[in-house]
Design a protein. Structure first.
Length: 489
């Protein structure tokens, strides 16, 4: 049956606290990918190898993966203003340190500090949104959030390509600094506290296990591109083992009501399906972000700026359509958006398997726009449906899990496409195939595997409900009450 439209009064406005947090989150998340095009400049200016220079992006991603699991606990124990001030203050310090870095080691420290502040912002934004925005209006507001969490990583290489055409890599930080400073100043003037902080001590063993587990997992996945798979595989295995210990400890701590990351969020079927869908979709997005620049620059001889301009329309379309998709979700529910979006993601990735050395640029542009628009159609409803299925006191833990899995999916997507592409190209080259043709074949295979994985997105989209199942939140709440009574007994 078609979804019944839900009519509401016009004139709705996004709460000021959300607008401020969206702007701040866009600024900080932009920095996750802004250094991708600066690698050659860093090698020359700071006298480091390409592998060392890659750490400006790897260290950022590692820090995000290690810190985000802690944010669920952290956001429940500090006020909104304090969390915002701490996150933006740390980010500003890292940005200033990076801009003035006299050596590569100092630049690396600055990037780690930057990432520490960034890691807090997305969970803070999502938790606040779910708390202050009524359920019937969440789609529209979440559509605006899509601009920050999805478009910012896609726009990073574009902006850096433009800046590097006319200036030093230091300008990538110097231009962000006054913007971030103004956002922090006005945010602290206007921001109001949402909810009441809770008391509770932190379990430092959980912090260590989370950092070692998620950090090792992301680092191991990021090293598969080097060539030797044995050491990265061992690092990944160690990360999985630490995560297993971390999960077991959280289950035990849930009985006392003080887990670092409350895993009861996974008892919600809707949330878990949304989590899987988001992870695979984000994997597809990051994989295409890696493969397309390699194809355009290495095989089609475009400059970084030309590459950035070609993929920019897709990123802009994704962000501009976010609010419209959100309003459609509020009116008709998620299925009419998520299912076509999932099909579009798979179709776009399948289309990229037909790339050639003479494929018209308009076809590449059309496929990329289809991919980005389809991702937007999926992301906004999935975030809203998933978090909406949780009780309010688990919003911070749910958004932390989403953020953590995004980092893992980004690392896995990168490792997957690079490993598949390299292995295929090496095999064909050894057989006497021309290197250019061999690399093209490797890229086609990587896109084909990504398209195959995207079928999972379609399956999860079909299984998701049209609207958040509030009954699941009630069930989770009742289980928490039972746990509390058991502890008191």
């Amino acid at each position: 049956m078609p979804a019944e439209p839900v009519h509401r009064p016009a004139g709705r406005r996004t709460p000021a606290v959300i607008r401020l947090l969206v702007l701040a989150t866009f600024v900080v998340i932009l920095n996750e990918t802004i250094m991708i095009n600066a690698i050659p400049r860093l090698m020359t200016d700071l006298h480091v190898t390409e592998r060392s220079a890659q750490w400006v992006s790897t260290a950022f991603m590692l820090t995000m993966a290690a810190v985000i699991p802690v944010t669920g606990w952290f956001l429940q124990r500090v006020t909104t203003r304090r969390a915002y001030a701490l996150a933006m203050g740390i980010f500003l310090a890292g940005t200033l340190l990076s801009a003035a870095a006299p050596s590569f080691a100092i630049l690396l420290v600055g990037r780690v500090v930057q990432a520490g502040g960034t890691a807090v912002m997305m969970p803070l934004l999502m938790t606040t949104l779910m708390t202050v925005v009524p359920e019937h209006d969440r789609g529209r507001v979440m559509g605006n959030v899509t601009l920050a969490i999805s478009v910012a990583p896609a726009m990073g290489p574009v902006i850096s390509g433009l800046v590097l055409q006319i200036g030093s890599w230091r300008w990538l930080f110097l231009l962000v600094l006054p913007i971030a400073g103004a956002v922090t100043f006005f945010g602290l003037r206007k921001l109001e506290n949402v909810g009441e902080p809770e008391s509770g001590a932190i379990d430092w063993a959980s912090v260590v296990f989370a950092a070692l587990g998620f950090g090792s997992l992301v680092y191991g996945l990021s090293r598969f591109e080097v060539g030797n798979i044995v050491i990265p595989a061992l690092i990944v295995a160690a990360g999985v083992a630490f995560i297993a210990v971390f999960a077991a400890r959280q289950i035990r701590l849930q009985r006392t009501g003080s887990p670092l990351l409350d895993l009861r969020i996974l008892l919600s079927g809707t949330y878990t399906k949304a989590l899987v869908l988001m992870a695979v979709a984000f994997l597809a997005m990051m994989g295409s972000m890696i493969l397309l620049p390699l194809y355009l620059q290495n095989l089609r001889s475009l400059s970084p700026l030309e590459t950035g301009l070609l993929v920019m329309p897709g990123g802009l379309a994704m962000g501009l359509l976010g609010p419209t998709i959100g309003r459609l979700f509020d009116r008709f529910g998620g299925r009419m958006l998520v299912i076509p979006g999932a099909v579009g993601i798979t179709a776009a990735l399948a289309g990229f398997t037909r790339i050639s050395l003479t494929m018209p640029y308009w076809q590449l542009l059309a496929l990329h726009i289809l991919l980005m628009v389809s991702l937007a159609a999926a992301f906004t409803p999935v975030f809203t449906l998933g978090l909406g299925a949780l009780p309010q006191h688990l919003y911070s833990h749910g958004s932390s899990m989403l953020g953590t899995l995004q980092q893992v999916a980004a690392a896995f997507g990168t490792a997957l496409v690079v490993t598949v592409m390299t292995a295929r190209a090496t095999t064909l080259t050894d057989r006497g195939i021309e290197p250019l043709v061999a690399h093209l074949s490797g890229m086609r295979l990587a896109f084909a595997i990504s398209a195959g994985l995207a079928v999972i997105v379609i399956v999860m989209a079909v299984l998701l409900p049209n609207r958040s199942a509030s009954s699941e939140a009630v069930v989770l709440d009742s289980e928490d009450v039972e746990d509390t009574e058991m502890v008191r007994g």
